[in-house]
Design a protein around this ligand. Structure first.
Ligand code: ASP
Length: 310
């Protein structure tokens, strides 16, 4: 049994392994691990601590995929609920659909009794206000909600350092089944309603017991264009090992302009992990097997973007 996660998954991975040790499924482990990250108010990129969109509203995205059947569920732009990963799992299990967004997703969350939570922390509200006032006047900020040209602020408030952040979890249980989950508050200061790759199956998340699973963090606008998570699994299907598959999927992104930071984690069907990054020198991910007392932090392989192109 093994679980791997993006580095911010460290707050949930030990408990997720406990779930597997107690006989829980890969899906249970992924959901448990991600819920703990969503509860971590210190994490400004996922769940309750997440940074808001351009209007100061937190909108969360998440997806989950079951490698046994390739069943999956996803939610996007969800407000006022603490655990989008659980809502995504229930979409998968209870509806004939894969993907719910906005009001429909919130309505479904209410129906299943999902936990409601005030999402904008004081710290996130302060960071948002400070950042907006670097770009606009107090009067402009006060009228932002009614601004007929809201799109003009997307450029000026774009801050790549704050764009990054999502949690990825992949687990393989005692029966060899694989599940993959992703949760995020998305790109800070995004245009309202913007979805990244995290809830888009095939872009930020893909799992297939026969070959393995992959999940992404970083600029979702890129991995959506390349179908990155699905590509990694397809490269494994074509015979590449898990590390080669990640590197090849990263190379597929190199031509895209404008480029951005991308990280991938992946697991093959034999439980072998790999992780790559195109910009984080010293980037890591976390790994825990059932033989370990706690998780290990391991380096990501760096696959830098092409220089001098585009
Ligand atoms: N992938 C996420 C998104 O595009 C954000 C991130 O991981 O930086 O919404």
């Amino acid at each position: 049994m093994i679980i791997i996660a993006s580095e911010n998954g460290r707050v949930g991975i030990v408990e997720a392994m406990h779930v597997l040790r107690c006989g829980g499924s890969a899906l249970d482990a992924v959901e448990t691990g991600i819920r703990l990250v969503e509860d971590n108010a210190e994490d400004e990129t996922v769940g309750v601590g997440g940074l808001p969109n351009l209007l100061g509203v937190v909108q969360l995205d998440a997806s989950i995929m079951d490698g046994r059947t390739r069943a999956c569920g996803a939610v996007g732009a969800v407000r006022d609920y603490a655990h989008p990963i659980t809502i995504a799992r229930r979409v998968m299990e209870e509806l004939p659909h894969v993907f719910l967004v906005g009001e429909g997703a919130e309505r479904f969350a209410a129906e299943i009794g999902a936990e409601r939570r005030q999402l904008l922390t004081e710290k996130a509200a302060e960071t948002w206000r400070k950042r907006m006032l670097e770009a606009m006047s107090v009067a402009e900020l006060e009228r932002l909600g009614e601004d007929p040209h809201l799109r003009r602020w997307v450029g000026v408030t774009m801050d790549p350092r704050l764009a990054g952040g999502t949690v990825n979890f992949i687990a393989q249980d005692a029966e060899g089944n694989i599940a993959c989950g992703v949760s995020t508050s998305g790109w800070a200061w995004k245009y309202p309603g913007r979805l990244g790759d995290s809830p888009v199956i095939g872009a930020g998340n893909y799992a297939d017991n026969r070959y393995g699973a992959a999940a992404c963090t970083g600029l979702g606008e890129m991995t959506i264009r390349a179908g990155t998570a699905r590509s990694v699994v397809l490269y494994m299907q074509m015979g590449m090992d898990v590390e080669e598959a990640c590197c090849q999927a990263m190379k597929d992104l190199q031509e895209l302009r404008p480029g951005g930071g991308i990280d991938i984690i992946a697991l093959d069907r034999h439980g072998r992990p790999a992780a790559v990054s195109n910009e984080k020198v010293g980037g890591t991910y976390v790994v825990m097997t059932d033989e370990m007392d706690t998780y290990e932090e391991r380096p990501r392989t760096l696959v830098p973007p092409l220089v001098g192109k585009g």
